[in-house]
Design a protein around this ligand. Sequence first.
Ligand code: TYM
Length: 352
Amino acid sequence: MAAKAALYFTVKHNSYICCMSKANAIVMSGIRPTGFLHLGNYFGAMRNYVKLQDQYTCFFMVADLHALTTHPDTKELKENVHRVLAENIACGIDPDKAALYCQSHVRETSELYLYLNMLAYLGELEKTTTFKEKARMQPDNINAGLLTYPVLQTADIILHRATWVPVGKDQEQHLEMARNFVNRFNHRYGNVFPEPLAYNFGEDLVKVPSLDGTGKMSKSENQLATLYLADTDEVIRKKVMKAKTDGGPTAPDSAKPDYIENIFQLMRLVSTTEVIAHYENAYNDCSIRYGDMKKQLAEDMVQFISPIREKAESIRTNESYLHDIMEKGAEKARKSASETMNLVREAMGLHY
Ligand code: TYM
């Protein structure tokens, strides 16, 4: 992996020119171990990881340092890190193809984070949507890590000089900030980093809605309206059947209210084209029965989620297997990180 990466960069007149093309793109992404993974994590991020790992050099990590910004109690961290790893593997990540590792095992991340902090301004950090949301939710713990969260995320990505970052729509602003930090660094110290882009296989970024139509699926909020990859068949059925509906459309071809559109959107993720077409037609000619639609959606969700749940469950408690995977992943990640950090220290003039 590292040998491949070295081909992409050549040193020229004190600047590091990126020769990146689609054929040799580097991919990087991460997930915080702050709760159970859900359908949003799968369709926003992991589905793309699985597609990308066959063709590109991929780095996927469990963002345990980011988790500390909101979850300072570390009692459950180990179990959560193991669960995220197991669920990634159950969803199809192959640790022999992609580097699958834990953020804190690659210490270079923290060094780059420190340098990037000098290029990040208080005003822009305070304006970040996720910072404002989290500051509202934890008014007694508005720590500096929370404020500089997008800086740490940038360090994760550019530590491997990655250009493609498979993420859901909620991460768009963080990627925009990452490009700003990259440009500031390159402008000040020389061209070390390519600009990273949020990535979703040729389509718009995904936001998987919650079942109650009030926002998105989430690890820690809105749990009754979120479908988790660990939910039992019965829980999946119960949650789907509770999704908000109404008496149905009263005129042909009418616009769908948001909460109905959400149910269709979830169906588009897991149901067959025939099933989707059937319910679209039934909606348009006003014959739709939402009870039947939800039953169908519940069964399609069970079909989708249960094999992932069962596979993750069988891996989750195998500590030595997970430990070996993490170590192998961290080794690959450290190799790539140390190459980048040599370029960074040299560009910054830190070689005395
Ligand atoms: P996190 O842990 O909140 O979410 C992990 C991934 O899942 C996506 N996602 C969703 N996509 C669609 N619909 C939803 N309802 C939904 N909920 C979550 C997220 O967009 C994300 O891709 N800051 C990151 C973790 C991170 C990271 C990185 C990501 C740390 N370093 C470097 C990319 C690159 C986060 O909090 O993700």
